[in-house]
Design a protein around this ligand. Structure first.
Ligand code: ADP
Length: 448
């Protein structure tokens, strides 16, 4: 199983043009004591930056910035109630992510009561925090930009820019960003039930129904991203958070999942970047075409969904070896094994979906949209037509059911895009028999 501690080591980020959105981090030098709020609109690359006018209501007749420092004459504070009308919480300004720049981060404590530590990430700590006015609980990621270093800050910029542009029920919601010259605070939707991986570790594996519901949500999130030309590139259990859960009448767990960690995500822009070439991700979840550093498209995310689904059903990854070289060999072959007795109770339809997700050739791999339409994923249709069988899977049956495969997704060679290609080094992460490391890799080299 994957070791989540190793997952904290996100490595370099390429200078890829992942988004067109305005960089929220690069303006540190020009930060003035006056609060600046930048509103990013969902589905738009634009963001509006504005200074609040000097005639804005003042608190206790003093003119102070958000950090409590006196402001030059003629400037003013942002009064919380007024600002909230602009910033919007919840549905007030739907689809907009306020990016609030200020001189000093201490003022955040005026807005939020900080609570328990939720976790330590690659860039900083994540805390639970309660909005003093609305009493809503949030997760606030606090990042020290200086300590994190420039490559980590680039990954963070990437994450922020992508999160600003998306809105989906199964993608983590970024509520607002506070930024000082040194720090960045991401106010995110709180996932009270932690990481999906932790729940899996406790349960050992999920039932077929439980897995189906998780994969439904995941497929919906990824179809949404792919439709927006965004490729996540690091889908894995550790990057799926659970906002809430309940046990139903059949004693099955229903999870409300959220896809997180967009540090390695890219947004393709037009034809020239339709294909990607950087080798990145986490070894046990990596698609063959990514390992081979061939041109690849968003289909690499589909492979990772296949690995996730396999792990959810049986508790272990589909490809395991004691060296990275051997692991990659297995991935390139893509032979799936269902010999473990745990697979006896899994339907052929589920195995068929796995085979379609883990097709070595990305051209024949099912797409996110096709996955959403899949019979196994649609319980009502599925249950009526094809009840779950408990017989041991006959590989031929599964092959037959998977043979009516998908349309070709390979793009023509002239669509080759951004120039990052790499060779894989054995030192950067291996899945072993006992511990399948899940460190995110990013290895790239400029094309000559
Ligand atoms: P990383 O940098 O390794 O991707 P993060 O900084 O995103 O990790 O998060 C660190 C830890 O904080 C996570 O492992 C998780 O346990 C917790 N965490 C992150 N985001 C949230 C959230 N929105 N709700 C609850 N817990 C969270």
């Amino acid at each position: 199983m994957a070791d989540s501690s190793l997952n904290k080591n996100s490595t370099n980020c390429p200078s890829s043009s992942s988004t067109t959105q305005k960089d929220g981090l690069s303006c540190g030098a020009s930060i003035s004591p006056v609060l600046v709020v930048e509103m990013s609109q969902t589905s738009s690359a634009d963001s509006t930056e504005f200074l609040f006018p000097p005639d804005r209501k003042k608190e206790k007749n003093t003119s102070r910035d958000i950090s409590g420092k006196d402001l030059p004459l003629g400037t003013s504070i942002i009064e919380r109630k007024t600002s909230q009308q602009h910033w919007g919480r919840g549905n007030v300004t739907e689809g907009k992510v306020p990016h609030i720049r200020m001189a000093n981060g201490a003022a955040i404590k005026e807005f939020y009561t900080f609570g328990r530590t939720l976790g330590q990430g690659s860039f900083g700590m994540v805390f639970e925090a309660k909005d003093k006015e609305t009493e809503t609980k949030w997760a606030i990621k606090k990042v020290n930009k200086e300590k994190a270093g420039s490559s980590a800050v680039k990954l963070l910029e990437r994450e922020v820019n992508i999160l600003k542009s998306v809105k989906h029920e199964h993608i983590i919601h970024l509520e607002q960003i506070f930024e000082t010259p040194k720090k960045m605070y991401l106010v995110m939707e709180l996932c009270e039930d932690g990481e999906l991986k932790e729940i899996l570790d406790r349960k050992r594996h999920f039932s077929e129904n439980e897995t189906r519901w998780i994969i439904q949500s995941l497929a919906s999130a990824i179809a949404y991203l792919h439709n927006k030309d965004i490729v996540h590139r690091d889908l894995k259990l550790e990057n799926i958070m659970v906002k809430s859960s309940f046990i139903d009448a059949n004693n099955e767990m229903n999870l409300n999942i959220k896809v997180t960690d967009f540090g390695l995500a890219v947004q393709k822009h037009g034809r020239s970047e339709a294909m990607l070439q950087a080798t990145c991700g986490t070894p046990i979840y990596m698609a063959p075409e990514v390992i081979n550093a061939h041109d690849y498209s968003q289909q690499c995310d589909i492979w990772s969904i296949g690995v996730i689904m396999y792990i959810l059903l049986c508790g272990g990854p589909p490809f395991l070896a004691n060296s990275e070289e051997k692991l990659f060999e297995l991935i390139r072959k893509g032979e799936l094994h269902f010999e473990d007795p745990i697979w006896d109770s899994i339907s052929d339809s589920a195995k068929c979906v796995l085979k379609q997700l883990l097709k070595v050739d990305p051209a024949h791999r099912i797409t996110a949209k096709e996955l959403l339409d899949n019979q196994w994923l649609t319980p009502t249709v599925y249950e009526k037509k094809s009840p779950v069988t408990s017989k041991k899977a006959d590989t031929n049956d599964i092959d037959t059911c998977c043979s009516s495969s998908t349309s070709s997704k390979l793009l023509p060679a002239e669509l080759k895009g951004e120039v990052e290609k790499s060779s894989v080094t054995p030192s950067q992460g291996v899945a072993t028999k006992s511990t399948a490391k899940s460190t995110a890799l990013f290895r790239s080299k400029k094309k000559p």
